[in-house]
Design a protein around this ligand. Structure first.
Ligand code: GTP
Length: 187
């Protein structure tokens, strides 16, 4: 890993229903083992952060501060408020859990209430657990919801079996955040 200084840092808050794999995505970014059973980490009311460094095609390094929100819905809402000056939200659902998908608009509304998604905040949608056979949400529905909710982009991952792909998705997110930020600042 390079020790070159990062030219920018962006905060990325993971949110979504319980057991969709938020902590697993967070672990994949850090090359940590994926929790075998629902992790319940971080504990309700807390959040945990890690730093994920990305080298852009320009050669610049940037840092994503990735925040895993845990626990019951009300605690995740508190966490969103705590990070309301952050850079972006990643809404996570599991492709074999339809409720976690139909709950996404609720999470988008929570983010609006917390002051995210205003002033050009980016937001992304991740459908996790693509390795499972029983898919109940198809990619066409994911794309339609992302358009309807005016999210910046959407992706699919398998945190459990394809951690490299998770890191590639967050590399893309980092690139998009940095490009947007440069466009806003006019640099
Ligand atoms: P809370 O902490 O309750 O908010 O859950 P969470 O969203 O952080 O989910 P977590 O990462 O704890 O994962 C829940 C369960 O799903 C665990 O048993 C993981 O092993 C499993 N899991 C996570 N990602 C995947 C995946 O990509 N595929 C499969 N098959 N299982 C996964």
């Amino acid at each position: 890993m390079s020790t070159a200084e990062s030219v920018a840092q962006y905060t990325v808050v993971l949110c979504g229903d319980s057991t969709v794999g938020k902590t697993s995505l967070w672990c994949a970014l850090q090359h940590l083992p994926i929790p075998e059973s629902p992790s319940n980490t971080p504990v309700a009311g807390e959040s945990v952060e890690c730093e994920y460094r990305v080298c852009l095609s320009t050669g610049d390094w940037i840092t994503l501060k990735v925040v895993d929100t845990g626990g019951a819905e009300k605690y995740q809402t508190f966490t969103l408020h705590r990070y309301r000056y952050g850079s972006c939200v990643v809404f996570v659902y599991a492709i074999n859990n339809e409720t976690s998908f139909t709950d996404i608009p609720k999470w988008v509304r929570e983010s609006h209430r917390a002051g995210f998604l205003e002033s050009g905040f980016a937001s992304f949608l991740i459908g996790n657990k693509t390795d499972v056979d029983e898919r109940s949400v198809f990619q066409s529905s994911q794309h339609a919801l992302a358009r309807q909710m005016q999210l910046t982009d959407s992706f699919e991952t398998s945190a459990k079996y394809q951690p490299d792909q998770v890191r590639a998705v967050f590399d893309t997110i980092a690139d998009m955040l940095h490009s947007r930020s440069k466009a806003v600042l006019g640099t």
